[in-house]
Design a protein around this ligand. Structure first.
Ligand code: FE2
Ligand code: FE2
Length: 312
């Protein structure tokens, strides 16, 4: 069995150290850090009652292209009503507060990915309890970015490989944080935070596993979609909606992600809201990506580590 090793420390939004750099994320390490943080991980609070989250969520899903995606008012109202009673650990909500003041893009991204993945998951998890279990992954897939220097998340010029490595720390950091916040390193939210950059063909990060979990893949599809249709520090112009869907389709064609969650996303992007099973995803490529995209391009002359290493 392979375990991850941290190349950077993991701390909470209020700067409390959870694990130092060099820690190996074995079951026993995680059990120890969970036990050490038990006293602070008990309190929960209703997500949509916290601060301005409900208002922000409703605003975000009423702006294009989300207004079309969330245009089935009956279905959306039912989902919002179910989310109204949804509880999360207080430390998760404090982390959202941190992003809201320090990095508003990430705050909005977390809420949009959460709400979109909750809507998509309803297509294949009609049972309320199963769906609620999935939704407990919450708005937290990128929570580990608390452990990434803020200037790197906002950097508009090319990143060095070493800087990219610091950003890539967020998967393992989120895994540790959510293991502590939920008191369980097998909690779905912790698994999603750890695996949301993994791919079916093993080409992802941090461990390069061959991902087979639909729950994680749903968040991945929503994560990529929202990142593409948004302005980013490394790419000032967003992808248009069609080109974004084509890019995700390309990933499915390359067998990096599956088709199920993508089909649901495509169905939601159609006015008539067809059954996802009946949707044929077009593989025609007519879109054009925006110019000035620095993603995946590194500054010259740097040869840093990638933030995480897989060891056995
Ligand atoms: Fe991420
Ligand atoms: Fe993300």
């Amino acid at each position: 069995m392979a375990f991850l090793k941290l190349n950077f420390p993991v701390h909470t939004a209020d700067n409390r150290l959870l694990l130092p750099a060099g820690a190996i994320l074995s079951n026993s390490t995680l059990t120890q850090v969970i036990a050490a943080n038990k006293a602070t991980s008990q309190q929960t609070c209703r997500l949509l009652k916290h601060a301005t989250i409900k208002r922000d969520l409703l605003d975000l899903i009423s702006s294009p292209p989300y207004d079309l995606i969330f245009s089935d008012k009956t279905k959306v109202t039912r989902i919002i009503n179910m989310l109204d009673n949804f509880q999360l650990p207080m430390q998760v909500l404090e982390s959202l507060d941190y992003f809201k003041s320090a990095n508003y893009y990430t705050y909005c991204h977390l809420i949009k990915v959460f709400t979109l993945s909750a809507l998509i998951a309803r297509d294949f998890l009609p049972d309320d309890r199963e769906w609620a279990k999935f939704v407990s992954t919450g708005p937290t897939h990128d929570i580990g970015k608390i452990c990434v220097p803020m200037h790197l998340l906002k950097k508009e010029t090319l990143l060095t490989r070493a800087e990219r490595g610091k950003i890539d720390h967020h998967m393992a950091a989120g895994y540790v944080m959510l293991s502590c916040f939920y008191g369980d390193h097998r909690h779905p939210a912790a698994i999603v935070a750890r695996d949301h950059h993994e791919r079916r063909d093993g080409s992802g990060m941090p461990a390069g596993i061959k991902l087979r979990r639909l729950m994680v893949e749903t968040v991945i599809v929503c994560d990529i979609y929202d990142a593409l249709i948004s302005s980013r520090s490394y790419r000032p112009d967003p992808y248009d909606n069609r080109t974004a869907l084509e890019e995700i389709t390309r990933l499915a064609e390359m067998k990096k992600i599956g088709w199920k969650a993508l089909r649901s996303l495509v169905a939601l992007n159609r006015k008539a809201k067809p059954e996802p099973r009946q949707v044929t995803v077009s593989i025609e490529k007519r879109g054009s990506p925006p110019e000035h995209n620095n993603y995946g391009v590194f500054a010259n002359g740097e040869n840093g580590d990638m933030g995480l290493k897989k060891i056995s």
